[in-house]
Write a protein that binds this ligand. Structure first.
Ligand code: FMN
Ligand code: SF4
Length: 493
């Protein structure tokens, strides 16, 4: 099977055909026949809940660009991206991008990091975004801007894009092998965790001083915060019981509240995982990666290396602990939650459903719409249990031309409070504004999930929409990316 077996959504012109296709796949998600604009638009409605006030229901997801300086400062490309986020019209800016709380915790040597210039740099980034928002929307009312704080843990590469320097909380039998981690490789010690907690607290203070409304204590995508949640096999204060696995979060929050009272705290969570996937050796022909299959896990049952998965069958979801986690967030008075899933490294089809895989990926194991629906349905189940939390949903980009229809249905039916946009805004930054104001969709700008924005950074190049954003399509890096894709194709043939 190859990706051409799945219907290309770009070839469907009307929503009725799309709805029929969903039915054929037995996918049940809301999808409105007509997208409304202006005062009647569900996506244009403001939201007031507790101390959260939002002017509309679109959120921009955090997205790194791999374009900071080696000492973690933004470049003109970073500013450009943030200005485009501002121009989108979305009223919730969830983090801008992951900013490392310390050098060792950077996922790549071009990730932004909290250093000596961070207050000035971050405040200029925020200002640039606000100015552009005001210019394109006419008002900054209801605009809420957060900063995503991260430590990359297992996926740290602070000094060179091709030199992993993993900081791990426990030995993962599948991922350790993939990263060349031996049994003797040291775990992050409890005392080092306490240091990282202090780094998060200091970084939150910096964000506050730079003017951000909230910080996101990142708990998703296989990075450190997320790895705590599956640290079942870790001994000591930060592993084992649910209480211990969430101690990191509680201690970060406690410290921020005492050091920086008045700063809102939010959390982005991978609400469920699955086992790491790999190309199926049976269908990988002449070096071409086959469709994705789960790595072998039968010898690992009950599976103790995941969060939000059924330990007896870890390719199945179990939302019991994620619900417990949201209950904890409620108790901690954290009202703003962004739900994502999986990891871009070891199960990208779950985290960012795509028709065309990134260079280190595999062909889609299922119609990517299944991945979209899985995230939407998990989010809906959790939203039903926690109506008082303001919840942002993820992974809508694959819906392409029908994103507005599904997003509107999801908000209207209460599946989610806000619809988060990732790749779509890299390709088509003004989609939210076009939808809310009833302007025709720019079909030529719609992200078709070619995955260049994921493949480029894998090769140490800046991330961006190479097919549709002319800054990247005309850059010298576009040539390098093309060569790289040719070379890997030639190697495979
Ligand atoms: C280039 C790129 C960079 C990303 N960087 C981050 C990040 O810094 N923090 C984060 O939480 N998610 C990050 N993500 C994931 C997105 O926020 C989002 O969850 C994902 O792309 C799925 O949403 P979509 O279908 O709208 O693209 C990134 C995604 C892409 C494509
Ligand atoms: S490179 Fe552009 S078209 Fe391709 S997945 Fe990224 S945003 Fe979409």
């Amino acid at each position: 099977m190859n990706q051409n077996s799945f219907l290309r959504l770009g070839g469907i012109r009307d929503v009725e055909t799309f709805r029929n296709y969903l039915q054929e796949l037995h996918i049940s998600i809301p999808c409105d026949a007509k997208v409304l604009a202006g005062d009647t638009s569900p996506l244009g409605q403001p939201l007031h809940r507790g101390d959260v006030v939002l002017g509309n229901r679109f959120a921009i997801q955090p997205m790194e660009g791999w374009d900071g300086t080696s000492d973690g400062r933004p470049t003109e490309l970073t500013f450009r991206r943030w200005r485009r986020f501002g121009a989108s019209g979305a009223k919730l800016i969830w983090g801008g991008e992951a900013v490392a709380v310390c050098h060792e915790g950077r996922a790549n040597p071009n990730q932004l990091a909290i250093g000596p210039h961070a207050i000035a740099d971050l405040s200029r980034l925020r200002e640039a975004l606000i100015q552009e928002h005001e210019r394109s929307v006419g008002s900054v009312a209801g605009l809420l801007i957060g900063l995503q704080l991260t430590h990359s843990g297992r996926y740290s590469r602070p000094n060179s894009h091709d030199r992993p320097e993993p900081r791990i909380l426990y030995h993962h039998p599948i991922l350790d092998k993939r990263l060349g981690i031996t049994d003797e490789y040291p775990l992050v010690a409890d005392r080092e965790i306490r240091q990282i907690i202090e780094d998060f607290q200091r970084a939150a203070r910096v964000a506050h001083e730079a003017g951000f409304d909230f910080v996101d204590i990142k708990h998703c995508h296989g990075y450190l915060g997320h790895e705590f949640l599956s640290a079942h096999t870790r001994a000591g204060d930060y592993g084992g019981s649910f209480d211990n696995r969430t101690r990191f979060l509680r201690e970060v929050v406690m410290g921020i509240r005492s050091l920086t009272p008045g700063l809102k705290i939010a959390v982005r969570l991978s609400a469920f995982d699955t086992v790491p996937f790999k190309p199926d050796p049976q269908s990988s022909v002449d070096g071409k990666p086959g469709r994705g299959v789960p790595d072998s896990f039968n010898a690992l049952l009950p599976y103790r290396y995941g969060f939000g998965v059924n330990p007896e069958n870890p390719v199945e979801l179990d939302l019991t602990e994620p619900a417990q986690f949201l209950a904890l967030l409620s108790r901690l008075d954290i009202g703003l939650v962004n739900l994502s899933a999986g990891s871009p490294y070891h199960n990208p089809h779950v985290q960012r459903p795509a028709l065309f895989p990134p260079s280190d990926g595999y062909l889609p194991p299922e119609d990517p719409l299944v991945g979209v629906a899985q995230q939407m349905q998990a989010t809906y189940k959790l939203k039903q249990q926690f109506p008082n939390l303001t919840i942002v949903g993820s992974a809508y980009t694959y819906l392409q031309d029908f994103l507005p229809h599904v997003a509107q249905g999801a908000v209207r039916e209460g599946w989610v409070d806000c619809v988060g946009l990732g790749r779509m805004v890299l390709a088509y930054p003004t989609l939210p504004l076009d939808v809310i104001s009833g302007r025709e969709m720019q079909r030529k700008q719609i992200c078709r999930t070619f995955s260049d924005c994921t493949t480029a950074p894998r090769a140490g190049l800046p991330s961006g929409c190479y097919p549709f954003d002319e800054h990247y399509s005309r850059s010298k890096e576009a040539g390098q990316l093309k060569d790289l894709k040719h070379r890997s194709k030639a190697r495979r043939e």
